[in-house]
Design a protein around this ligand. Sequence first.
Ligand SMILES: NC(=O)c1ccc[n+]([C@@H]2O[C@H](COP(=O)([O-])OP(=O)(O)OC[C@H]3O[C@@H](n4cnc5c(N)ncnc54)[C@H](O)[C@@H]3O)[C@@H](O)[C@H]2O)c1
Length: 252
Amino acid sequence: MLFRDKVALVTGGASGIGRATALAFAREGARVVVADIAEAGGRETVKAIGEQGGEALFQRADMLKPADIREMVAATVARFGRLDCAFNNAGHRGGSTNVVDCTEQEWDMVLGLNLKAIWLCMKYQIPEMLKVGGGAIVNTSSGLGNFAAPLTASYSTSKHAVIGLTRSAAVDFGPKNIRINALLPGATDTPMLAPAAQGSNLKLQDMANRIPLRRLGTAEDQAEAVIWLCSERAAFTHGLSLICDGGLSVLR
Ligand SMILES: NC(=O)c1ccc[n+]([C@@H]2O[C@H](COP(=O)([O-])OP(=O)(O)OC[C@H]3O[C@@H](n4cnc5c(N)ncnc54)[C@H](O)[C@@H]3O)[C@@H](O)[C@H]2O)c1
C-alpha cells in the first residue's frame, strides 16, 4: 500500500480520470476526498470506494468559486486531519473555437476552471501539506499543453499555462518537500472525449488509429501515472510534465 495513513484530494472525482484516480488512491490505502460539482457522480465514486473497502468523503465544490475551493480543503482537514496528496484535475474542454470566435464567456470559464482553479487549489493545499512536513501534487494539463490543435484556443492556452504554473510552484515549494508535477493525458476514453472528437471531425476509432499503441488511453492508464507521481517511488521527480498518450506526441 503506497498511501497507508495518507489523505488524498481529487478534484473532478465524479467522472473519468478523476474517478479512476480516486479509486486507485483508495486501493493504495489513502483516505480520499472526492470533490466535484456533479453530486450524483461524486457520491457514486465514494460508494465505489466504500465497496472496495476504502474510506472517502464527497465534497461538492464548484472550481469556479474560490470560496468552494477554500472550503474543500478545510473540509478535508476537518474530516481526515491532514492532507498529503492532491490531484487537481477538474476541467472543461471549452468550445471548438479559434481566437477570433472564442467568446469572453468561454475564455473566462475555461481559463477559470482549467487554470485559475488549479492555482487556488494549490494556494490552499500547500499550507496544509507544510503542516505535515510535505506532500505531492499533480495538476492535469493535456497533450494540448505541449502542442496546439485546430479550434482549441481557450483549452490549449489553459493547458499550456498549467505547465508554467506547475513549474513555478515546483521551484518555490520543492525546498519545503512538496513535489509538484503535471500530467499530460493524450486522448483518453472518458465522457469528455466524445464531443472533442466531434469538434475535430475525427471519430474515436480514427483517433485511436493515429496513436502508436493503436488504442485510446483509459482513465485507469492516467490514474496509474498519477499514483506513481504522488508516491515515494517518484521521490526525485519534480516539476515534470509527464506525457501519457500512447506515443502520439512523438509522431510528426
Ligand atoms: N479525456 C481526455 O482525452 C483528456 C485529454 C487530456 C486532458 N484531459 C483532462 O483530464 C481532466 C479530466 O477529464 P476527464 O477526461 O476525466 O473528463 P470528465 O468529463 O470525465 O471529468 C471532468 C470532471 O470535472 C468536473 N467538473 C467540471 N466543471 C467543474 C467545476 N466547475 N467544478 C468542479 N468540477 C467540475 C466534471 O463534473 C467531471 O466530473 C480534465 O482536466 C481534462 O481537460 C482529458
